[in-house]
Design a protein around this ligand. Structure first.
Ligand SMILES: NC(=O)c1ccc[n+]([C@@H]2O[C@H](COP(=O)([O-])OP(=O)(O)OC[C@H]3O[C@@H](n4cnc5c(N)ncnc54)[C@H](OP(=O)(O)O)[C@@H]3O)[C@@H](O)[C@H]2O)c1
Length: 333
């Protein structure tokens, strides 16, 4: 196919903006990009090199003529948009998690289970795993392949952008209010996040927060099978804007030494090993900005036990992965 027409629903949001920027970085022609949002975001002009893309209000006929749609909208909006696009014959890359439990929809973590797209699947919707699942499975995948994995735990520290643009705006507002000795506005998070840490991302049900449940469900699908390790996780909201940091503990199936573990991590082109502890070089969201690789470091090994830290730019990696998948799908019938 010549250049596909790519539609982005949710183009005014944290992730959607990154998708449009990603199209510019890939030299995609401006007249092959369509950007949509609700009435609130419609009308905004997004910079696109020498051109600009005007965000349109999404409606039932918006997607006609497009080849692929990337859906970066809240789940309650994303599901009907994805289903409508599929009915129109478009390929769909859903970023909302709406289809994560749907066996008919492939769930992808690039660099971990890309092969799932090579097998036939019904329908035209592909679901990209949540950024926390991507970071968790991507960071540990080379260790799983080289040594086997019996158990893995992740504490996922998330900046406020995990709640989208409203999360970013709310943290700014709360911080300013607290600095001015005012009571903080409490609209987005269950407690104030300014100068605080909240050990939950999304509502808690049955002991698990929404994001913890997403990671467990998605990891079971991505790594599933007989050799599926036991997995535990805790999600924590921290008062930063962008990026995730993961504190990872793993129990390997075979003993390893620190040099061997670091060599395996270093050899993986999807990871960036930052390991100069004496020089204070280790993964931080600040260093992962605009980088689609998962940064890993602070590696410690004791027999079968490994501890390490990972960091990602969640929105950038999600957008970059979505575009890789979108262009691959666009080449299909
Ligand atoms: N934040 C992350 O790092 C991240 C990573 C991976 C996946 N995700 C998922 O990606 C999706 C978007 O996340 P985000 O962080 O970008 O959220 P966000 O900043 O709140 O953006 C949401 C986007 O959806 C649009 N939207 C809302 N209602 C709409 C409607 N009725 N019709 C059309 N567009 C509508 C919004 O447009 P308006 O401006 O008009 O409201 C906005 O463009 C979510 O499902 C999220 O779970 C987020």
């Amino acid at each position: 196919m010549s250049e596909p027409i790519i539609a982005v629903v949710g183009a005014s949001g944290v992730v959607g903006r990154q998708v449009v920027q990603g199209l510019l970085m890939r030299d995609h022609p401006a007249d092959h990009v369509r950007a949509f949002a609700s009435e609130r975001g419609a009308g905004e002009e997004l910079d696109f090199g020498d051109d600009s893309i005007v965000i349109e209000k999404y409606g039932d006929d918006s997607l006609r003529g497009a080849n692929v749609v990337i859906v970066a909208a809240p789940p309650e909006v994303a599901r009907p948009v994805a289903e409508r696009a599929q009915a129109l014959g478009l390929w769909v890359v859903d970023l909302s998690g709406s289809f994560r439990v749907d066996d008919k929809v492939p769930l992808v973590v690039p660099g971990v289970n890309d092969g799932v797209l090579d097998r036939p699947f019904p329908g035209r919707i592909v679901s990209l795993a949540h950024a926390s699942t991507q970071a968790f499975t991507r960071a540990l995948e080379p260790l799983r392949a080289a040594f086997g994995l019996l158990f893995a735990d992740a504490t996922v520290l998330c900046g406020s952008a995990v709640y989208g643009s409203p999360g970013v705006a709310q943290l700014s507002k709360q911080t300013a209010e607290l600095m001015n000795a005012k009571d903080p506005d409490l609209e987005v998070f269950p407690h104030r996040l300014g100068f605080n840490v909240i050990p939950s991302v999304g509502a808690i049900e049955g002991g698990l927060s929404q994001q913890e449940r997403a990671l467990l469900i998605e990891t079971a699908r991505v790594w599933g099978g007989e050799k599926m390790p036991a997995v535990t996780t805790t999600s924590v909201l921290v008062p930063t804007y962008h990026g995730f940091t993961l504190v990872l503990s793993a129990h390997l199936a075979r003993r390893a030494d620190a040099d061997g573990v670091r060599a395996v991590l270093k050899a993986d082109s999807g990871l960036k090993l930052l390991y100069e502890p004496a020089e204070n070089i280790y993964p931080m969201p600040m260093l992962a900005t605009d980088d689609a690789t998962v940064h890993v470091g602070r590696v410690r090994v004791l027999g079968e036990r490994v501890q390490l830290v990972a960091a990602i730019d969640n929105a950038f990696r999600t957008a970059d992965a979505a575009l890789d998948i979108a262009f691959e799908l666009a080449d299909r019938d």
